[in-house]
Structures are given as structure tokens and as C-alpha cells.
Design a protein around this ligand. Structure first.
Ligand code: TZP
Ligand code: MG
Length: 207
């Protein structure tokens, strides 16, 4: 699994930007992964948006993950599902999912990270590293030092998340993160594709 920029979608109606627009900009910029994170939609809507993002695979090489919803990931044959601490457990997800389905897990601290690795997660989303404008119930930010400690303690890829932008990215790469996950740094940028390109370039240079 090769991660650099991992873009998580959101729908921003006031900017006229939907999940598919974010995904398109991300993959056109060379992001290695996209996660559909559609919290307020019906199941059918989420499946339909997910299918529209899957079509981008004809033209772009990226890993596609569905947030929370293993059922949607299975229905559209996404590459994986991303599970939070109160979603279905990794063990139960493995009972249902085909062996090749990737399972990513959110960890907000060291203990959660180690536990998720032990239970068989394929990668970790660790954070928030910095204060985030995009998740109202986020855990307290852990900072780059704790991130570094977690990166050195697990073998699976660690994707850092939370308040990451071009100007605070270096400490994340230095900490040993395999990738960087962002929402607002792309979705709220004046030009989403340019913003994503910039982040991809910075990550690659920082390595
Ligand atoms: N999980 C931890 S922080 C976060 C999620 C989904 C939000 C990240 O968004 P942003 O805008 O990149 O801080
Ligand atoms: Mg979740």
C-alpha cells in the first residue's frame, strides 16, 4: 500500500462542491487515496455517490475507501472501509468482508493504535494531530511527538489526520507518517486540484 495524500470528501453546498467534485480534484492531482465520508446521506445516496467515485478508477489509480459503511464498501467493491472506534469491530468486519478488502481504523491515541494493529487493521488513521475545523466531536489533538511515537511503535502504515496543511506538513512527514489525510486543506481551498497537487508535491519532497 502506497500512501501519500489521502483526501477525505465532504459536501459543501455553499461552495457548490459535492463528494464527487472533491474526489475528482484529488485523483486528478495524484492523491493516492480517497475516502468517501458522507455522514448525512441516506444509504442509497451514499451507494450512488460511491459508485460515481468508483467510475474515476477507469482513468486514475487510487485506493478508494468508504467511511463507516462496510455494507457500502462491499456493494460498490471499493478497496476498503475506514472504521472508527464505535463502528463495527475489525474482527466482525473481517468475518463479512472478502480477504482482499482493506480495513483502516481511526486511532486517537497510542493505546487505540496498538489495539487496532493487534486486531488486524491494514492501516491506521491517527489524529487529530492539530486542532481540526472538520470534526466537531474530535478527540484532543495529540501533536507531532505522539504521532512519532506511534509511528515507531507499529508496523502498519500510519496516516496522520487533523488540521494538516501545507505549512505544518513537514513535522508529520518527519514523524514517520506513511501518508497525510486531509479534508479542509483540499475541500475549502479556492482551487481544490491545485491545493491537492501542492500537498502531493510537498509530501513527496519531504520524504
Ligand atoms: N478525524 C480526525 S480529525 C478529522 C477526522 C475525520 C477531520 C480532519 O479534517 P481536516 O479539515 O483535515 O482537519
Ligand atoms: Mg466512523
Amino acid at each position: 500500500m502506497n500512501f501519500d495524500l489521502y483526501v477525505i470528501t465532504e459536501n459543501i453546498s455553499e461552495l457548490g462542491r459535492g463528494h464527487l467534485d472533491v474526489a475528482k480534484a484529488a485523483v486528478a492531482a495524484g492523491a493516492s487515496a480517497v475516502q468517501l465520508r458522507a455522514k448525512g446521506n441516506s444509504s442509497r445516496e451514499v451507494v450512488s455517490i460511491a459508485r460515481s467515485i468508483m467510475v474515476l478508477k477507469k482513468d486514475y489509480d487510487f485506493l478508494f475507501f468508504i467511511n463507516d459503511r462496510l455494507d457500502v464498501a462491499l456493494a460498490v467493491r471499493a478497496d476498503g472501509v475506514h472504521l472508527g472506534q464505535s463502528d463495527i469491530s475489525i474482527t466482525d468486519a473481517r468475518r463479512i468482508a472478502p480477504p482482499e478488502m482493506l480495513i483502516g481504523v481511526s486511532a486517537t491515541n497510542y493505546d487505540e493504535a496498538l489495539k487496532a494493529e493487534r486486531e488486524g487493521a491494514d492501516y491506521l488513521g491517527v489524529g487529530p494531530i492539530f486542532p481540526t475545523p472538520s470534526k466537531s466531536d474530535a478527540a484532543p489533538p495529540i501533536g507531532a511527538e505522539v504521532l512519532k511515537y506511534i509511528c515507531s511503535s507499529v508496523k502498519i502504515p500510519v496516516i496522520a489526520i487533523g488540521g494538516i496543511r501545507g505549512d505544518n506538513m513537514d513535522s508529520i512527514i518527519e514523524a514517520g507518517a506513511a501518508g497525510v489525510a486531509v479534508i479542509s486543506a483540499v475541500t475549502r481551498a479556492p482551487n481544490m486540484r491545485a491545493a491537492a497537487s501542492n500537498l502531493v508535491e510537498r509530501i513527496r519532497k519531504g520524504r
